[in-house]
Structure formats: C-alpha cells, structure tokens
Design a protein. Structure first.
Lengths: 359, 189
C-alpha cells in the first residue's frame, strides 16, 4: 500500500479501475452461473421436482459432512454447465448471414455488462469509491446502453435467416417500443426528489430521507414490470417464447454463441436488479444501523457490498419466481399495458411529484 | 340438447389490474415451493437408485426359462424364430448328431439360441407362439451394453436370466403316464 503513494493519480486511477472491473466482471460472471443454478433449482421446487443434484467433482469426497449436501444442492452444476458449453460444437448453419450472425451474441452481452459500470455496489473500500465509473449522468448512460441489447436480439433474428428467429426479432423490437418509454418516465420522479442523476447521490439521498420504494411505489411497480420486459423474462419473454417460436431469436445458435445470449439475459437480470436496488431500495445502505453511512473501515466497506449483493439476490429470486408464476403476455397486450396504462400513470406520477416538490 | 350459457361478464376493475391473477400465482407457487423444500413432496423418482414396481403382466425382455427340474424347456421348434416380427431370434438346431435334450421326454434342445435385444420389440409373439411355454417376456425393461455384440444374448445368458418357470408343468404327468405304460396293467394315479 505504501508504494501506491508514489504513483501518479492517473496511474492509480487506471490501476484501481482495472482492478474493480476485473473483480466486478468476475462477480457478475459467477453471479450469472449461479443465477442459472438458482433458476433451475427454484423452478424444480415450484414444479414439485428435485432439480440438479448429481454433479459431484472428484474433490467432493474430501469435503466431510456437507459434501453430499452440496452435491444435492447442485452447487457444482454451473462448472459442468460451463464446461459443456465450451466443449459443444459451435455450428454455423449454411444459410445464415455470417457477419451479423457472429456479431449478434456480442451485441447482446456487451451492453448488459456495461450497465454494471455505473452501479455503486458499495460505499468505499479504503479511500476508493466502490463504483467503476462515477458518472454524473449515470442513469442516462444506463438507459442509453441498456436498449442496445435489443439490437443484438433483432440482429440475431435477422441474421439467422429463418422464420422463428425472425418472428422473435420482430417481437423484440415491438416489445422494446412498448416498455422503454414507460421505464424512462417512471424514474423521472426519483430525480425530481433526489435532484441528481448520479446514482451515488441517489443512494445518499435514500440514506438520509428513506427508501424510494416507500416514496414512489407507483414508479417502482412500473419500473419493475418494465424491467421484466427489458430482461426478456416471463411474462414478457416474447422474443424467446419457447412454446411458440421454438427458441425465438436464438433458435439457430449453438454452443458458446448460444451461451452468450444466455449470459446476456442473466447479466441483464443482474444489472436490472442492481438498478432497482440502487434506485428504489437504498443501494448499499441499511437503515437503522451503522451501515447507512460511508465508513473508513475496511470491514464496514465489505459489509456494504454484502448488503448490496443480498438485496440484489432478493430481486433475482423475484425475477426467477415470477417466471414460474405467470403466463406469457401477447404482444398487443404488452403494447396496450405499456402505452395505455403505464405511460399515463407514469406521467401523472411525474406531475404529482413535481407539484409536491414545488410546494 | 341442453345449452350451457357460459358466463362471460366483463372483468371488474380489480380483475383487470392483473392483481388477483398475480396473487393467485404467488400463492400456488409458494405452496408448491414450500411443499417440495420443507416437506419433501417431490413427484420425481431418483431413477437408477429408486425404481418403479413393474406390474404383473408387463412385457419386458424375453428370456428362456427352465422347468421345475432345471432342464431346458425349449425344444428348438423354431416357431418363435419364424414368428418374430423384427427377426431378433436366431436358433441353431442341434442337428441329427447333436446333443440330446437335457429333459427326458423331449427329443432335442437348441444348440444355440440367440436374441438380439437391439432388434427385439418386446411384442410377446414368441411367448404366445411357443408350444412348450419355454420363453416368457419378463420384467427387465432397461437393457444396456457397451457393444452391439454384447446385446445379442445367447442361450446360456437367456436361461440364466430367465430362471425357473415351474408354474405350467406340461409334460410332467405325460411322463409319469408313459413310464407307467412300461408295467402292465396300467396304474393310473
């Protein structure tokens, strides 16, 4: 730590940023892998099944007592899943538009991962702020980036040159124009209240004045539902809809390229959960305890990150739970709910908040 | 004909908010979740370790059976070979100079009896056609092997898997009667 003092501020910034990016990337990737496991387990439990309970690598024998229990929980399943994806044949059908076909998975994943950059996932560790990019327009950046993911899906639908992916792609674009505006409008009252677009400031505001979810429940509900549409999760998984479109946009994909779409979906879930925690549920703070203010202590810094991750996990479980609960919306129903319900309600909410703030 | 008029009254405002559907969904899924996790009420079976009870009369793999004395029942008539729809059975008869049957009142037994379990469709025609009740569809349904040749079951293997079938003792009394013929006057039981 001593030697760091002699580095120039720029070098320090680059060094710490790179470190944070690496760690956050690692955490998100692990999160994705285990979100898939949780998805499989929860879906199994809801459907009276057992779920993955077989994968046991050789070293399980050396873990006493809890080893078999971990196997039953399927803790090692993500490793096997990852390995499987790498070993599978990466098949490119003859009739696809190759360049776009290769580009589409990347366009889906990259925005999903980029969103995480502005999320303040902790207060401070030492003197370092626990956010990769502390942008003053954080939320605008997020909204700008996050809708790019849809292009990956539309492109995949177009590039596959096959009817089901094509329908999936069309649906995806139809879906995007239904929820995107409502989603954008729903968060405006938050900025009216917090008077800042910086996500760190929003967390600070919530630490001082109470969580946004209590002040803006309407905005939260709209944002939550739009987030389901955003992440292509049931009840709004129109582009994928396995039951009607085979696999939707990723029908023609296999192996690692398919895995990238999968990864994109779950990374999107993580990003949306993180967004909701930051905007509505007080980010890394925990009211009524010491944990609500930034602290110089390393341990408290870690605890803040833990609080953030725990809150995020709750939202992830909600995402997964809802999937096994509701049937899919038709896309005209989604448009109807987006344009004729949410946009007026969101606008009214903005107006009301503005009046209250002005008074 | 009675006509049933289905009630299609428009949804109330509360119903149109999707709330009752969502709450109902939450309730159902939460209940199933809790039942599976805390009460262990899952409907699945851990297959290779747990197996279902094979019911009586189940048509599994056909095996050859032995009679009450442990002798081969099959007399190598080859009816099953001819009737077998997928041609899974191949019988090599003993021939004129072959080994005699190991039960006393049969003329011959097969030199080799092979069933290709990869071809067998478990239809039960062989069991139906067999005049000696020597072949039965039994309860095995999951046959595995590492090669195609391994899946061709020979006579020895089929007899071992088939076990003894002493239920129908077709020739037992005939044999006794035939032996009684040796001494005159005939003594019936």
């Amino acid at each position: 730590m001593e030697s760091l003092q002699y580095l120039s501020p720029t070098t320090q910034f680059v060094l710490f940023s790179a470190l944070k990016i690496l760690v956050v990337f690692g955490v998100v990737m692990t999160g994705v892998a285990y979100a898939v496991l949780v998805e499989r387990k929860v879906s199994a439990w809801i459907q009276d099944r057992v779920g993955p309970n077989r994968t046991s690598p050789f070293f399980v024998d050396y873990i006493p007592v809890i080893g078999p229990f971990l196997v039953r929980l399927g803790i090692f399943q993500p490793m096997a899943d990852g390995l499987k994806f790498m070993l599978k044949e990466d098949f490119t059908p003859n009739y696809v538009r190759k360049v776009y076909f290769w580009l589409a998975p990347a366009i889906t994943v990259v925005p999903a991962l980029m969103t995480v950059a502005v999320i303040p996932f902790g207060s401070t560790l030492g003197s370092e702020k626990m956010v990769i990019a502390d942008l003053n327009v954080g939320i605008l950046y997020t909204f700008g980036i996050v809708s790019l993911g849809v292009y990956g899906i539309v492109l995949a639908g177009y590039a596959s040159n096959s009817k089901y992916p094509f329908l999936g792609g069309i649906r995806s674009s139809a879906q995007m124009i239904s929820y995107e505006i409502a989603m954008g409008l729903s968060v405006v009252p938050i900025f009216l209240l917090s008077e800042s677009l910086n996500l760190g400031d929003i967390v600070k505001y919530q630490a001082d004045h109470g969580w946004m979810i209590l002040k803006q429940p309407v905005a939260f509900v709209i944002f939550l539902i739009a987030a389901f549409a955003e992440t292509n999760r049931l009840p709004f998984d129109l582009p994928e809809s396995e039951t009607e479109l085979v696999g939707g946009y990723h029908t023609e994909y296999s192996s690692m390229k398919f895995a990238l779409f999968f990864l994109g979906e779950y990374a999107n879930m993580i990003a949306s959960s993180a967004m909701m925690v930051t905007l509505f549920c007080g980010g890394w703070t925990l009211p009524g305890t010491l944990l609500s203010t930034p602290s110089a202590s390393f341990l408290v810094g870690l605890l803040h990150i833990g609080v953030f991750l725990a809150k995020m996990a709750v939202f992830m479980v909600v995402f997964i739970w809802v999937r096994w609960m509701l049937p899919r919306f038709r896309y005209d129903q989604l448009m109807d709910i987006g344009w004729r319900r949410f946009i007026p309600v969101a606008l009214a909410n903005i107006l009301l908040t503005a009046v209250v703030v002005a008074l | 004909m009675s006509t049933k008029v289905v009630d299609r009254s428009p949804l109330t405002f509360y119903e149109r908010t999707y709330l009752p559907a969502i709450l109902g969904g939450l309730k159902v899924t939460a209940k199933h979740f809790a039942d599976t996790v805390f009460k262990g009420k899952s409907v699945t079976m851990q297959y290779p370790e747990e197996r279902w009870v094979v019911p009586e009369g189940y048509r599994g793999a056909p095996y050859l059976v032995k009679d009450q004395d442990g002798a081969t029942k099959c007399v190598s008539c080859q009816l099953c070979e001819f009737v077998c729809p997928p041609k899974a059975i191949r019988i090599t008869p003993p021939g004129a100079e072959g080994q005699p049957a190991d039960r006393r009142n049969a003329e011959k037994m097969p030199k080799e009896f092979e069933i290709n379990m990869l071809r067998c469709i478990f239809c039960g025609m062989c069991q139906e056609v067999c005049p000696e009740e020597a072949i039965f569809l039994q309860k095995d349904y999951s046959l595995t092997g590492e090669s195609r040749t391994e899946m061709v079951f020979n006579k020895e293997k089929l007899l071992k898997l088939g076990g003894t079938h002493a239920g129908i003792q077709k020739w037992k009394h005939k044999l006794e009667e035939a032996e009684a013929q040796e001494t005159f006057p005939v003594q019936t039981r």
